[in-house]
Design a protein around this ligand. Sequence first.
Ligand SMILES: Cc1cc2nc3c(=O)[nH]c(=O)nc-3n(C[C@H](O)[C@H](O)[C@H](O)COP(=O)(O)O)c2cc1C
Length: 174
Amino acid sequence: MADTILVYFSKDGENYFPGGIKEIKEGNCKLLAKEIIKSLGIPSFEIVPEQPYPNGYQACVKQAALEEKNKDYPTYKEDVSIDGYKNIVLLFPCWMGTYPRLIAAFLKNHDLKNKNILPIVSNEGSGLGHSLKDLKDNTPANILSGIEFKGHEVAKRSDEIVASIAKLMEGSAL
Ligand SMILES: Cc1cc2nc3c(=O)[nH]c(=O)nc-3n(C[C@H](O)[C@H](O)[C@H](O)COP(=O)(O)O)c2cc1C
């Protein structure tokens, strides 16, 4: 358990939900991150962009699409050393069918050789998208089968996802 860190990114404000755009105080991944931290007591690191993403959903999609097209590496506040950890629970929203470029920046800034990454991906229809393939193509880490959940179902799914992480940790797959 001491070997595992939760690394996550989440956006509050306007987001897409079935039925339309809704304003939320805390992002879906952040809500799940809190449950993981509370239940498993593992250390965590939130990737906070230096320049906050636009609050508006459409403006944010426009920016995310541009970052994805340009393969940008947006900067983020602070950083964490992952040297002491073997396993990274990597929690992020699916953006443009894959991980946000902010996650790409985190991955680029760290030595991921001999690390296990468990991707956990919130989404509203794309599932894991092509994030697993992109992680495999762009990092030397061992990428475990990911877990996906619909953002609007986070409250319903969190116990089960926490239990899956705990099981992987017990079975030393993590
Ligand atoms: C910029 C942006 C791009 C998105 N792209 C996708 C997508 O490609 N596929 C999908 O299913 N959902 C997409 N979504 C919806 C989010 O993945 C979903 O709402 C997720 O639960 C948000 O998590 P968060 O609240 O932690 O940021 C997108 C949302 C945003 C803001």
